[in-house]
Design a protein around this ligand. Sequence first.
Ligand code: FAD
Ligand code: EPU
Length: 283
Amino acid sequence: RTGARVERLPLSRFTTLGVGGEAEVWFVESHEQLAEAMEQPYRILGGGSNLVIADEGVPERVIRLSGPLAERDLTPDPALSDDTWVVTGWVGGGVPLPGLIRQLQKLGLSGLEGTVGIPAQVGGAVWMNAGTRYGEMFDGLHTLEIVTPEGTRQVTPDDLNWGYRDSGIPRNHIVTRVRLRLRRAAPEEVLAKMDFADQARKGQPKMKTPGCAFKNPGGVSAGKLIDEAGLKGSRVGNALIAPEHANFIVNLGGASAADVHALLALIRDRVPVPMELEYELWP
Ligand code: FAD
Ligand code: EPU
């Protein structure tokens, strides 16, 4: 045994929706522990901010990057940085994104501030190229380290077929850490951009939620389409289509995964445009 901490825990505790039954959670702190965890079927859990997890939980091991895999080294690499650009050291996949964004702002490093307000971990945000109209994760990546049961490799964004809410990295290929490439800027300039991007969130609900349910089809707001279908405020059990923004499903307290699934089915049934799910459903 490599000494990874393993505990059976309710996954609801790890999700922003607050839904999900039990699983065996592996808190891995090193590549060695990660390799051991990956010897059996597994899933990788980040900030749990895009997940609808079954009330029965999942049978696979659930891996959570911890310890050194949740630490950051933002020191500019002298060989790759100049007066304009900075390439940082490694930032662990388990690092919470909101704190990182605040830290980069204070350091006067620009490029990722458009992702302000996304409650993800770095690995999860990179895996799905989380973003807003003001920027996305791939705006600030230099190198990615990806681990699979076959081994570890380093790639650059050019090696990946990434796009809107998509990194091109296959499921269960784990983003263990990344190096960032950012532009030097005045901290006040970065702060102003962050505040501007944050304004777009004023109309989003403040309750327990996994964010937007559907990706915007062809750039049209899925929220607007769901709203136009008259579905705002629809409720199944304790899950609700948010009156503030129709692409958000919220947990009123004690919602089940089945409640959320029923609302997703209702939306698919009533919205005339096909929309791709953004939430991830476990299992
Ligand atoms: P999780 O939800 O834990 O997992 C999501 C997927 O990523 C799973 O497939 C998981 O296996 C995989 N994954 C997690 N970690 C890794 C890793 N290290 N390596 C490989 N795969 C991994 N999203 C946006 O894009 N823009 C927004 O503006 C936005 N706003 C939101 C607002 C709120 C209030 C909430 C709750 C969510 C919002 N989201 C938004 C959705 C969510 O934050 C993103 O989808 C985010 O990328 C999920 O990251 P996570 O770390 O929480 O991943
Ligand atoms: N609108 C409605 N009714 C609604 C929701 C929206 O009419 O119920 C209208 C708004 O009035 C506005 C337009 O639709 O005119 C666009 O709405 P908004 O500015 O909220 O943007 P969005 O396209 O719905 C996207 C992202 C969000 C991100 C915001 C802000 C997707 C699926 N959604 O929402 O990302 O935070 O822009 O940048 O791309 C997420 O991905 O989880 C997410 C929350």
